[in-house]
Write a protein that binds this ligand. Structure first.
Ligand code: EPU
Length: 336
């Protein structure tokens, strides 16, 4: 069913829980309904953007335009062989519902991405990742509607130009295509990725199952990340910076304990959470916004945060990190 709501409050529709609203919210359940919206005078007269589960969005003021949101919700098998299966999921399916579907059908590959808030459509735009796995490792094809023409368009994995929390849909094609469904390639035989910290200990476990992995991940997440139903946040507020090896070697002399991981082109990824904690900002607050003490990469809404508090804190953290380490943090969240 299509819905057009005026002056829609975003406090509960976004996990940051800020008191802001949008001029219109348009929701649709089919591609035909989406095309009707794109053809409507209301849509044509205002600016617009597409949202997913609202778990990576920070509105710094009311949005004076139309937010589009997909309620296209289905999961189906598109193709399968003895060893693999291609699953198509509608953009409006909750990401974790998709993960649970895969686990319950014994399709391997999505389990490390357990517990991530948000929806299938955004998984393909943002290239969500956790515990050593990124969505681009299982995405086969992304099905879209081209906004200017209303025509369908399909992108295979290579064409999406995936990188760390990045894709063509955030760059050249930003605001051009609307993802309607995503096809994922999963394995019917066990292939586990157990390289990341808390999962390493599972490697020797006899009869290891996807549910074991999921449970370990959910426990780890619960211990570090705020529950979006209770404490507002967008998960990681910043990306982990990737720096040149030379800069890393210099920093390492001052900060020998700094964790680090190899990245592309001989560069080095360092955890922004560590940099922020080590800069003494753990728990630092401006108004109702604070650096979340259990995971400093998170900016939390203590309950009364205003958009200005969040912006002031984000700028403060960025400045301190720049001055202390000479590293410019980039937001992982979409700041609007
Ligand atoms: N660390 C600190 N202090 C902190 C936070 C982290 O010292 O306050 C250290 C940890 O001890 C560890 C390292 O930094 O040595 C990495 O920490 P963690 O494993 O918690 O992961 P992260 O790099 O902080 C990334 C993703 C998360 C994802 C986890 C697990 C980004 C921006 N964040 O965080 O993704 O869940 O790895 O894979 O890449 C998200 O994108 O919203 C998100 C939560």
């Amino acid at each position: 069913m299509m819905k057009l709501i005026e002056n829609f409050p975003l406090k509960e529709a976004t996990t940051m829980h800020l008191d802001v609203k949008c001029r219109y919210l348009a929701e649709y359940s089919t591609i035909d309904e989406l095309l009707q919206i794109l053809d409507s005078p209301t849509y044509r007269q205002c600016r617009s953007m597409h949202i997913g589960g609202g778990s990576n969005l920070v509105f710094t003021r009311d949005y004076d335009g139309m937010l589009l949101h997909s309620c296209i919700r289905f999961i189906s098998v598109v193709d399968e062989s003895d060893t693999e299966v291609i699953i198509e999921a509608g953009a409006g399916i909750k990401w974790d519902e998709f993960v649970k579907y895969c686990i319950s059908h014994n399709y391997y590959g999505a389990e490390n991405l357990s517990g991530i808030p948000g929806e299938v459509g955004a998984s393909a735009v943002q290239n969500i990742g956790s515990y050593g796995v990124e969505a681009c490792g299982i995405i086969e094809r992304v099905n879209c509607i081209d906004k200017p023409t209303g025509k369908p368009a399909h992108f295979d994995n290579q064409e999406c130009r995936y990188a760390y929390r990045d894709s063509i849909f955030k760059n050249e094609y930003s605001n051009r295509y609307i993802v309607t469904s995503v096809e994922y390639r999963l394995s019917k035989t066990p292939v586990f990725t157990l390289t990341y910290g808390p999962l390493k200990g599972l490697a020797d476990q006899p009869g290891l199952s996807m549910t074991d992995i999921r449970n370990t991940i959910i426990d780890t997440r619960n211990g570090k990340l705020p529950n979006p139903d209770e404490t507002g946040s967008v998960g990681s507020f910043f990306k982990n910076p990737v720096i040149l090896r030379q800069q890393f070697e210099t920093l390492k002399q001052s900060y020998p304990a700094m964790p680090h991981y190899p990245a592309a082109d001989g560069r080095v990824k360092v955890p922004a959470g560590w940099l922020i904690e080590n800069a003494g900002l753990k728990g630092f607050a401006i108004g109702g916004a604070l650096v979340y003490p259990k995971q400093c990469l998170v900016i939390a809404n203590g309950g009364t945060a205003t958009p200005d508090d969040v912006v002031a804190l984000y700028k403060h953290v960025t400045t301190v990190i720049e001055e202390k380490y000479g590293i410019t943090l980039q937001p992982e969240a979409n700041i609007i």
